[in-house]
Design a protein around this ligand. Structure first.
Ligand SMILES: Cc1cc2nc3c(=O)[nH]c(=O)nc-3n(C[C@H](O)[C@H](O)[C@H](O)COP(=O)(O)OP(=O)(O)OC[C@H]3O[C@@H](n4cnc5c(N)ncnc54)[C@H](O)[C@@H]3O)c2cc1C
Length: 427
């Protein structure tokens, strides 16, 4: 039987201890079969269990094996597209609903952490750092935009103020969001999985869904068992492959890489990030970083279109880190890993229903830690018959990547190269 371990990341090395979970070896019946134990699947499972559904989660590898256990750990509000762009595409009514939901995911995370006592080094405060005056202008308009949707915990930082929160000479200013923040992402997923089990949900690991028998009572097949359910939630995101062919056509898995330094010690860590906020810059191909609970720097950036694993991650990411922090030139890198997120052409999530009973959410295109937690709530609402918020997402238009499955990777890479050049020359 397959036994897929976690990648060798800092998160796997510092994960909280959890009991082993069995693979599915039986035929079981449930109300909802959730495919995938990342944040989307776990958040859906938790909301459903809290509302009286019987839930079975199938995970191909281990809880948090995908992006949810590998990401930068940044709690970033809103979506990977600005709300005014969404408004121009879908009109004011739908945009109003989506805008109101854009800051809910971070609240859900904090509620979960408090309610289920999840130990995941949660810290408040996220900074968007501007490298150019144009980016600073964008942050100013973003602040006004977010305030229109009731999000008021924002502070613009001038050059002097941003130096007080991050010791990086590149920035001309920034914006601090005190409802942003950061977490140990795998420990958040593991804590949510324990919460699922505490409410009577079942999670099977090393149990990939290999086939879905569609119909009035759909059946999900794994190599050694099957789950008959009233509803299915597909939450495999960039790791889903072709299990549901309709979903593969309008999205593209992309890789992004993360490194983690050796522990920096309290003094150096405090010099770099005195208030322990997380930071992401405003480039299209952005860099993001934060301190861990044991004062290492986790630094991520760059995108590999088509999700190929690069041979030497440290060689790609360390120069980016040294550009931001030349003072780290003698610091050792202890961990380097890659993970996949799912890109859509609009950079907005794909949400919907296939037939009467197969629901899905995927493709939040980079900023997914908060959105996926919201997605679980919105999917659970839809299964309970309250579909207004679900429909606001499901009605977003989605288009296939130019070039189809064969040429979408080079086309997308070309687009990113163009935007990378714009970043480089400050456009
Ligand atoms: C390196 C990296 C850094 C990132 N940094 C940030 C960040 O700092 N902030 C932020 O907001 N977002 C970040 N993201 C994005 C964010 O992590 C994702 O959007 C989010 O975690 C997606 O969650 P998910 O549950 O939808 O998918 P995943 O976490 O990928 O979970 C999908 C799960 O489904 C399982 N699965 C797939 N197919 C099957 C099947 N057939 N049967 C059973 N199980 C299956 C997989 O094994 C996996 O565990 C980052 C992503 C990456 C890769």
């Amino acid at each position: 039987m397959a036994n897929t371990p976690y990648p060798e990341s800092y998160y796997a090395a510092s994960a909280n201890a959890v009991p082993p979970r069995p693979a599915l070896q039986d035929d079981v019946e449930t109300d909802v079969c959730v495919i995938g134990a990342g944040y989307t699947g776990l958040s859906s499972a938790l909301f459903l269990l809290e509302n009286g559904f019987k839930v079975t989660v199938l995970e191909a590898a281990k809880v948090g094996f995908g992006a949810s256990g590998r990401n930068g750990g940044q709690i970033v509000n809103s979506y990977s597209r600005d709300i005014d762009v969404i408004e121009r595409s879908v009109g004011p009514k739908q945009a109003q609903l989506l805008g109101q939901m854009a800051f809910e995911g971070g609240r859900i995370i904090r509620e979960r952490v408090a309610k289920y006592n999840i130990q995941c080094d949660l810290k408040d405060g996220g900074v968007f750092a501007a490298i150019t005056a144009k980016q600073m202008g964008h942050l100013e308009s973003q602040k006004r935009l977010w305030e229109r949707f009731g999000h008021t915990q924002l502070e613009l930082l001038d050059q002097k103020r941003i130096r007080e929160v991050v010791a990086c000479e590149q920035y001309v200013g920034g914006m601090l969001d005190m409802s942003g923040g950061h977490i140990h992402p795998l420990n958040l997923a593991l804590g949510e999985a324990a919460a699922v089990e505490s409410l009577g949900g079942t999670i099977y690991e090393q149990s990939p869904a290999v086939r879905i028998e569609r119909g009035a009572n759909p059946v999900v097949h794994t190599p050694q068992g099957k789950v008959r359910a009233k509803f299915i939630i597909v939450a495999g995101n960039a790791y889903l492959g072709n299990l549901v062919p309709e979903l593969a056509a309008k999205s593209m898995p992309c890789g992004t890489q993360v490194i983690t330094t050796e522990p920096l010690g309290d003094e150096l860590a405090k010099r770099l990030l005195p208030q322990d906020y997380c930071v992401e810059d405003c480039n299209y191909l952005l860099d993001y970083y934060r301190l861990t609970g044991d004062k290492r720097l986790v630094f991520g950036g760059g995108v590999v279109y088509g999700a190929r694993d690069p041979a030497n991650i440290e060689a790609i990411i360390r120069p980016k880190m040294l550009k931001a922090f030349p003072q780290l030139k003698d610091v050792k890198i202890d961990y380097a890993w890659t993970g996949n997120f799912l890109l859509t052409l609009s950079r907005l999530p794909q949400v919907g229903r296939i037939g009467d009973n197969i629901y899905y959410s995927q493709g939040c295109s980079g900023h997914g830690v908060t959105y996926t937690h919201l997605a679980g709530k919105v999917l659970a609402e839809a299964l309970r018959g309250q579909a207004e918020r679900f429909d606001a997402f499901a009605d977003l238009p989605h288009y296939p990547f130019p070039g189809g499955q064969l040429l979408r990777t080079p086309f997308a890479a070309l687009g990113a190269w163009y935007y990378g050049l714009r970043d480089k020359f400050g456009y």
